[in-house]
Design a protein around this ligand. Structure first.
Ligand SMILES: [Fe+2]
Length: 147
């Protein structure tokens, strides 16, 4: 393990990814609340553009830098579950991007309720995922409680 990948530095980077995903959840919630009539088009397009890069960067960081440190420990089953949640979230994010862009571009007001429901399902699940990682995974790096 070199200096650039010490648990303390990884914890700092991990906190950054978690914070950026939380900010994204907040933006999605504001967008969902604004539907159908008060939608900020620029904000909708920005969120659609940044959604997948934000979550995939966080996921690859965790899977490539954090999870390998915990493989072979009592956390193995948890890591597998978190990995599956990553896959599900990326697929779900793709669906939201498609639906959000379609709504912004075409203003299909009949789809506003479905779009808001999709966004709420996504950010509520992602917030639970983030809360779990902050409570159970991040402390392992912060306190260097690694095997
Ligand atoms: Fe994660």
């Amino acid at each position: 393990m070199n200096a650039a990948s010490t648990p303390h530095l990884l914890a700092c980077e991990f906190r950054g990814h978690l914070a950026r995903q939380e900010q994204l959840c907040d933006r999605l919630e504001r967008l969902a609340d604004s539907l159908p009539d008060a939608l900020n088009v620029q904000e909708g397009l920005y969120v659609a553009q940044s959604l997948l890069p934000t979550v995939t960067l966080a996921h690859r960081f965790e899977e490539e830098k954090v999870f390998p440190l915990l493989h072979g420990t009592t956390h193995s089953a948890t890591l597998e579950r978190l990995g599956y949640e990553h896959m599900g979230d990326e697929e779900y994010a793709g669906d939201i991007i498609h639906a959000l862009r379609a709504y912004v571009m075409e203003r299909r007001s009949s789809n506003a309720e479905a779009l808001a429901w999709m966004m709420r399902g996504f950010f509520e699940a992602l917030r639970r995922h983030i809360a779990f990682e902050r409570e159970h995974i991040l402390p392992l790096l912060e306190k260097e409680k690694l095997p």
